[in-house]
Design a protein around this ligand. Structure first.
Ligand code: NA7
Length: 538
């Protein structure tokens, strides 16, 4: 038998972004010993490193924050409809200081491995500082969009200029008057292109596959609006937590074809003018992402808008998607208008794929060398399970997470994994799709419920305090996620980060619960608080 590890701590959290901070907040008053580690030098997670020009959350400011601290909600300042990266980072730091959470945190400490020690019901965790920790509860909160996706293009190392991924933008990178190439046109690419075009010498957008993007209509908020929000926060959160996507507005129950074509056009126009891609998807119609014909009509509407805005018809052609409007929608702050600038051009990678990077250019298949000073990779993320599989995690019988998830990640309620006792994933694979902050909060609540229940069982009847989802519950949850995805056109798009197809070799499949935040919260809270359904008895 292995020796009993010395003095395990109760809780070890990995990650100081929204997930880890929220989890530490939620557990802080339970009388447990707790540590939070992060490989980065400070609080912030993804919002500490995604400092590219234009980085912003397209979830509206009033609900891109924790819902738990009523006084803070009413007093913390924000001035615009959306929060930019510096404001989000400042909010997270503020929340940490306000609740005295920094005392749990240790930075510049990367998780290397975690192994469940059967005999003593603890996790043995090795980190980059050379230390080993033992913890009863191991809580990875490592982010859904965190591990960068680097394209495999020959010649990277030969490039004499600078190359950066948007998610690791160097603080000293100055693009002024430089020749810039941007690969990728998801949310990050759209934001960076729109924000740097006016002060670079030239910008070449390398587009493999254009996406639909809607105006964000960012604007300052008025004092009247802020007062209204403050006075209605209770109702706002109650509505949001019971809603489908959790973005803080009432989702429509109007079918697209229930109104006549003229009125439909008017409603779409209204959505376009009011702004926000997420609102566009759900605020006036209930079936844009479930009814293929409704979706086609909406695609036509957006395509017409692109044609109207982009004056050069060749550029417009390259910007117009010919797929469904069924990815995580993107909002923009003048993206299509940016392509009317003479210093902005487009290379369509479907016509002329990238062949290699040379010392001063990206060379495409037609032999053209696009001369560049800086290459920006806006190429997205090895999302959802990417960060969890980067490290070596082994559960019961030494079985690794990598082997267990060889055909795609699994979970119970996005937070628990069968065979990995007392490992709780904050917003892990098959967590709910929607506004990520309430999704994180829901997962944190399930985890805290489970910890409280285990602690109470230990105290009351000498339980070992081991929380473990059953294999049956895990596969049942997987089926529920499959069923929910079947009703959504999102599942037709196989090459997005949501299905895993954006990263070569990654198994493609359902990675989120598309059944809505309201039902997710109801099922998770009922299982972890009341019924204990899906868990091995404590
Ligand atoms: P996304 O949405 O995954 O977008 C990545 C972009 O990078 C997309 O346009 C990809 O084109 C492109 N890409 C990826 N690999 C390559 C290669 N090898 N060559 C050319 N282009 C490539 O990531 P984002 O960071 O923009 O946004 C992620 C989420 O963050 C977003 O949904 C919001 O929720 C916040 P492709 O479509 O694969 O042809």
């Amino acid at each position: 038998m292995a020796p009993k590890p010395p003095q395990p701590m109760d809780v070890l959290i990995v990650g100081a972004g929204f997930g880890g901070i929220g989890q530490a907040y939620s557990l802080r008053n339970l009388g447990l010993s707790m540590k939070l580690i992060d490989s980065l030098p400070d609080v912030g997670g993804t919002w500490l490193t995604n400092i590219y020009p234009g980085a912003l959350s397209d979830t509206e400011s009033f609900v891109y924050r924790f819902s738990w601290d009523a006084e803070d909600l009413r007093t913390y300042p924000w001035s615009r409809r959306y929060l930019r990266q510096p404001e989000i980072l400042a909010y997270l730091k503020h929340f940490v200081e306000r609740h005295d959470l920094r005392k749990y945190m240790q930075f510049d400490t990367e998780l290397l491995s975690a192994q469940w020690v059967e005999e003593s019901d603890v996790w043995e965790v090795r980190v980059s500082t050379g230390e080993t920790y033992w913890a009863r509860y191991f809580i990875p909160a490592m982010g859904v969009l965190s591990k960068a996706n680097f394209p495999a293009i020959p010649g990277f190392e030969s490039f004499k200029g600078r190359i950066t991924h948007t998610s690791h933008w160097p603080a000293d990178l100055d693009v002024t008057n430089k020749r810039i190439g941007v690969l990728g046109c998801g949310a990050s690419g759209v934001q960076v292109i729109t924000n740097i075009a006016s002060h670079v010498s030239s910008l070449t957008a390398f587009i493999r596959h254009p996406q639909y993007t809607l105006p964000s209509n960012d604007r300052p908020i008025t004092p009247v609006y802020r007062t209204w929000v403050n006075e209605h926060y209770d109702q706002i959160w109650a509505q949001l937590k019971a809603s489908f996507a959790g973005f803080g507005y009432v989702e429509s129950n109007r079918p697209f074809f229930s109104v006549d074509p003229g009125r439909r056009e008017q409603l779409l126009e209204d959505l376009w003018n009011n702004g926000n891609g997420l609102r566009f998807m759900v605020e006036h119609f209930c079936d844009i992402i479930t009814d293929a014909d409704a979706n086609n009509s909406v695609c036509d509407f957006i395509r017409r808008k692109i044609h109207q805005i982009v004056k050069d018809s060749e550029k417009a052609r390259k910007l117009i998607p010919n797929e469904r409007f069924a990815r995580r929608p993107i909002s923009n702050d003048g993206y299509y208008e940016t392509f009317n600038r003479e210093n902005v051009s487009i290379v369509d990678l479907k016509e002329t794929p990238v062949e290699e990077i040379t010392p001063d250019s990206i060379r495409t298949a037609d032999g053209t060398c696009h001369i560049l000073d800086i290459i920006v990779l806006a190429t997205g993320f090895d999302a959802v399970e990417g960060n969890l599989l980067r490290v070596n995690i082994a559960g019961r019988d030494g079985r690794s997470l990598k082997d267990t998830w060889a055909e795609g990640p699994k979970s119970y309620l996005g937070s628990f994994a069968a065979g990995f006792p007392n490992m709780f994933m904050v917003n892990g694979p098959k967590g709910v799709f929607g506004n990520v902050i309430p999704a994180i909060e829901a997962s944190i609540e399930f985890i805290t419920n489970a910890v409280q229940r285990a602690e109470s069982a230990k105290e009351k009847h000498g339980s070992r305090g081991v929380v473990e989802a059953t294999f049956q519950a895990e596969s049942g949850w997987g089926e529920r996620c499959e069923q929910a995805a079947k009703g959504s056109l999102f599942s037709e798009v196989k090459d997005s980060w949501l299905s895993g197809g954006n990263v070569p070799e990654k198994p493609v499949g359902v990675r989120t619960y598309l059944g809505g935040l309201g039902s997710y919260r109801a099922m998770g809270n009922s299982a972890t608080k009341d019924t204990w359904e899906g868990f091995v008895p404590l």
